[in-house]
Design a protein around this ligand. Sequence first.
Ligand code: FAD
Length: 389
Amino acid sequence: MHSTQTPSASSGSIAVVGAGIVGLAHAYLAVRRGLRVTLVDEDSGPRGASVRNFGHCCITGQTGAFASLAEAGREHWLAAASAAGFWARESGAYVAAASAQELRVLAEAAEAKGTDRIRLVDGEEITRALGSRATSAVGGAHLPLDLRVDPRTAAPRLAAWLHAHPAVTMRMDTRALSVTDGGVHTTRGFLAADHTFVCTGHHLRGLLPDLAADAGIRECALQMALVDAPAHFTTDAAILTGTSLLRYDAFATMPAAQDLREHMEETAPALMAAGANVMVTRRPDGSLLVGDSHAYAPSTAPFLDEDTTDLLLESARSVLGAQPLRVRQRWQGVYASSETRPLVLAPVGAHATAVTVATGVGMTLAFGLAAHTLEALHTGSPAAAAPAG
Ligand SMILES: Cc1cc2nc3c(=O)[nH]c(=O)nc-3n(C[C@H](O)[C@H](O)[C@H](O)COP(=O)(O)OP(=O)(O)OC[C@H]3O[C@@H](n4cnc5c(N)ncnc54)[C@H](O)[C@@H]3O)c2cc1C
């Protein structure tokens, strides 16, 4: 079948290389469509960017095609959480704004997106959400469409659900060596499939070096910490800050963003130099994920910079209106980045597709993207580009 046809419901087989959230979403939605799936990962389970992030589906922050993918993925995230039994909350996100410049960006974004999607809130509400009058925030916005999941358990539980499914064959500790029209050559032999999805994140260059070079794929390294939550902080909503407004297009493309950038360069040069996106999310056990910085290189150095961690912690502490935060863990996350192609959705021969999110929103896009590529495969155009926005 693989030479002339694409898989059809209840008869086809697909291989998925990579058990991060992008590969898992493809495997999950393929099973839901009645396909047989072989899932291959060189590690023993999800260990990459998909377990190292904030667990924030930043749906409202997207524009164009990414907004369509993010919104389309929302229902699938919730259905997958319910099926696989992982923690997910429709708690949305708060942007805690500390300056008039931030408030202006939010007001413009609310006008552009609609006040039902970006609901401006006053100082009282943001204080209530954060649980502290000592916060540096003076107002902000609530983004009700955004979702929260727990990054430490969402991908592993989805992988466990797939492992138990009769239509799925898991090949962990197995490295894909090359992809052909009939399947995947791996360190444990050849795995036949009608169609293969290559979802290897920033490792794309290991398997498909020419495609990775063409797409300008490099690595982005981020510093993160897990801290004890101050007793007053109880919201499951993600907390975004002024630096976040410079990173997500729904805010960063607003006319007032330029003023905000200049204001931040002047008042917070160290945060800007670190490429910070100061954010806080709460895990189900009450601990807080705090980050992050951004450093770009073809291949990033593994070392964590203590000054950067201190900077991020102090900035988060000030927004939370808390005492100094006690760190339990620190780690580095790495994701794929490209200045020219934030999404690589490319044919590899006639019967394989490479799917790499090359910017920091893979959790947000994974399910919408998988729904899109599987639908394109079903309709016979597997190499289709991302949907129009
Ligand atoms: C610190 C941090 C914070 C972030 N915060 C957010 C956030 O809040 N919201 C959001 O939307 N996104 C966020 N992101 C981005 C998001 O985490 C990533 O975009 C997403 O996890 C990428 O998923 P993936 O499946 O493509 O890659 P990965 O999770 O890296 O998975 C790739 C998998 O492929 C496997 N693999 C690679 N090569 C091979 C091979 N040859 N053979 C077999 N297996 C192979 C690897 O072992 C790995 O398991 C964040 C990222 C980081 C690092």
